[in-house]
Write a protein that binds this ligand. Structure first.
Ligand code: SAM
Length: 263
């Protein structure tokens, strides 16, 4: 017997179980209030993902980036479209974006997604992008249906599948924490809505350098004896100037829904 699970109920249960309560918009905004100033420093650049998206966006009349944050993707993609809207509910994240001097054709919109989806002043855009911004929305069905409605040509959802750095992945495994498989969940959710998204994993590289072994172990915080932690990390390490270069790859999962054929 096959047990059919409702992906939307499953997603909502996971979101509502998060201890931080970030499914409440004011909690999520408070989180970003604390993090906004340091967000960019902790994020890897995504050159391959940007290049892939730029190629597809070029010539688009308009791009809507939902949960644009500090503009990590919005800014390098901005010159591919004639008009760009950066929507985010965090004034702090948008303040960082504003501080980078966005181009004149980029409009910043500080609004909760659920409100924006009911707001007739938010017109459809050729392309809609949402990168790591749906994670705390309990009503995924409403969010995706709304994004599909706003996308005239293409919807792009970007997520990872909970496999990031080797040390965080191992820490979670050792703590018995299941990894969030959001990319797979989004894919199932789109299928449940009758869509057939193209799934494109794009490999990116991350690199950190450490002046010595103590600094490496302090940052990776593996709950193992030092020698075991170092043995685990070794395949990703290259000695450099008495310290270490720590390099790994990870996949960004792009789900692309072409919506051209819709009336
Ligand atoms: C993890 S950050 C990703 C930012 C950017 N897309 C990137 O890839 O760097 C998630 C962003 O989504 C925004 N966000 C989360 N939930 C939102 C909602 N319900 N409405 C509007 N923005 C939201 C947050 O404020 C935050 O800036």
């Amino acid at each position: 017997m096959t047990v059919q699970t409702d992906i939307f109920a499953e997603w909502a249960a996971q979101v509502l179980a998060v201890r931080s309560g970030r499914w409440q918009p004011e909690r999520d905004r408070a989180f970003w209030h604390e993090k906004a100033a340091h967000y960019d420093a902790g994020q890897p650049p995504l050159p391959n993902t940007v290049a892939w998206l730029r190629e597809r966006l070029t010539g688009a009349d308009s791009l809507l980036d939902v949960g644009a944050g500090t503009g990590r993707l919005t800014l390098p993609l901005a010159d591919a479209a004639a008009r760009v809207t950066a929507l985010d509910h965090s004034p702090d994240m948008l303040a960082v974006l504003r501080g980078k001097g966005p181009p004149a054709h980029l409009d910043m919109r500080c609004q909760e997604l659920a409100d924006a989806l009911q707001d007739p002043t938010l017109a459809p855009h050729d392309a809609v992008l949402s990168a790591w911004s749906l994670a705390y929305l309990p009503d995924l069905r409403a969010a995706l249906t709304g994004l599909l409605r706003l996308a005239r040509r293409d919807l792009y959802l970007l997520e990872d599948d909970g496999l990031g750095s080797p040390h965080v992945t191992l820490r979670r495994q050792l703590a018995g924490q299941p990894r969030a498989q959001r990319a797979s969940s989004l894919r199932r959710a789109l299928h449940a809505l009758g869509e057939s998204p193209e799934h494109r994993p794009i490999t990116e590289e991350r690199e950190l350098t450490f002046p010595d072994t103590a600094a490496l172990l302090a940052q990776t915080r593996l709950p193992l004896p030092d020698a075991e932690a170092l043995a685990f990390l070794l395949p990703y390490l290259t000695p450099e100037g008495g310290g270490w270069r720590y390099r790994w790859t990870f996949d960004v999962h792009v789900l692309h829904v072409p919506v051209r054929e819709r009336p």
